[in-house]
Design a protein around this ligand. Sequence first.
Ligand SMILES: Cc1cc2nc3c(=O)[nH]c(=O)nc-3n(C[C@H](O)[C@H](O)[C@H](O)COP(=O)(O)OP(=O)(O)OC[C@H]3O[C@@H](n4cnc5c(N)ncnc54)[C@H](O)[C@@H]3O)c2cc1C
Ligand code: FES
Ligand code: FES
Length: 483
Amino acid sequence: MGDAIRFLLGEDEHEISGVSPTMTVLEWLRGHARRRGTKEGCAEGDCGACTVVLAEPGGAGGLRTWPVNSCIHFIPALHCRQLLTVEDVAAPDGALHPVQQALVDLHGSQCGFCTPGFVMQHYAGWLAGSLTDRAAVKDWLAGNLCRCTGYGPIIEAGLAAGRADGPDTARRAATARRLDTLDDGRMLDLRHEDQRWLTPRTSDELARVYADNPDAILVSGATDVGLWVTKQHRRLTTLIDVTRVSDLAEIRDEEEALVIGGAAKLAAAHGPLARLSPDLGELMRRFASIQIRSAGTVGGNIANGSPIGDLAPALIALGAQLSLRHGDRERTIALEDFFIDYGRQDRAPGEFVAAISIPRPGATSRFACYKLSKRFDQDISAVMGAFRIDMTEGRVTAARIAFGGMAATPKRACNAEAALIGTAFQADAVERACAELAADFAPITDMRASATYRLESAANLLRRFHLEVSGAPTSATRVWELA
Ligand SMILES: Cc1cc2nc3c(=O)[nH]c(=O)nc-3n(C[C@H](O)[C@H](O)[C@H](O)COP(=O)(O)OP(=O)(O)OC[C@H]3O[C@@H](n4cnc5c(N)ncnc54)[C@H](O)[C@@H]3O)c2cc1C
Ligand code: FES
Ligand code: FES
């Protein structure tokens, strides 16, 4: 087993041992490596000031690159990877990178506090060849806040950088080869004081290690777990990182279902989910930011049991099944049965989410999902509604309606569903189903929304679904355009 984190910081090889494995990359950069270009704004993944880029061998160009929020990323995530910070972007002779030059030329900075984050996010978009048009640039910036320049010049700078020549392929290939030599394929086992961090490499190894340490905390993208450390100041002792378990990150397009491995990144699942349903694609586009989606996983979004997580309602409405593994045993349950109560899921100690299987909607099915939040970008849902009906000969033969933000768990609206089954899915039946939502849910009032708003908007989402299925014009298109 390896007991040191080996990685490239820019072009320099580094080895870290004897430090807390829950130290964040940001803390290490600013406090230990004395690289202080990377800023801390919120320490919870919201503002983008701390954005850095990670690289590992793989992908189309031989080197896969992605941006992350270093404030909630733990240092073992650096193992066998390259870490690029704002200090690495300019050429060694000091010549500015096209991203930096564009921000200078187009006046994309005033106080400058947010600027390293914007440089890094544009840089990540430039590395990915994705700064192709205004919509793409805006998507790339959804997780970066600027409070004084205004986004106009920053977006223009992104567009200008997108027109510049792309990265040097020979240099990328050389970096990939260097990173390959760092990886000895062994499990990482880091110990520091009362803390231990284990990084199994296969599902079998994960099953064994977790069964042996059933009280350990699983960590995938750490977009939730990171905040337990930075905001709740919790001391986590034994942690098992599932992100290096390559077979757990697989996504399989099967004939009947899309099967997403328990450690598949949200970003990797975005395309396959969008192909399953355009609404799922739009939901993923509005799920946090590219930084969060590049780290966070579908499995983490389910396993955290959040009543306001975005994927659970959508996948419940689609009839998804969850596979859970403990040691050599695997069981499959309906996704809705996983959520027992607030903070309680049907998962035994030592058991992990192995995969989520999402049936493809058939020709007789109609599916839609809608996220309501205060901000369009990078916001948690106040209400998340997902609807699937199957119609045969003009009658509803099956209905699955699920909501987030309406109860202590993501939950089906069984009374509303029953009011629709057997009907012709016309306005009167829809109104009866809307009335039944009050029997299905007793939502709470909190900072995101009042109970009354939640109940009324849940009914309005069902009405909207009905209008869309009936082909009636809705304001939806206009809303997207305005946002
Ligand atoms: C700025 C910000 C914006 C966000 N926006 C959204 C949003 O728009 N919509 C939304 O739904 N969520 C949002 N989130 C929440 C979070 O990003 C998601 O829930 C994400 O999918 C969690 O995945 P992860 O891999 O980072 O989980 P982690 O933080 O690594 O883990 C989360 C939980 O799942 C457990 N776990 C992880 N993997 C497994 C597994 N394979 N088996 C069993 N247990 C496991 C962990 O032990 C932990 O309890 C946001 C978070 C932040 C910080
Ligand atoms: S400091 Fe705000 S996202 Fe990291
Ligand atoms: S330049 Fe001041 S916050 Fe963006």
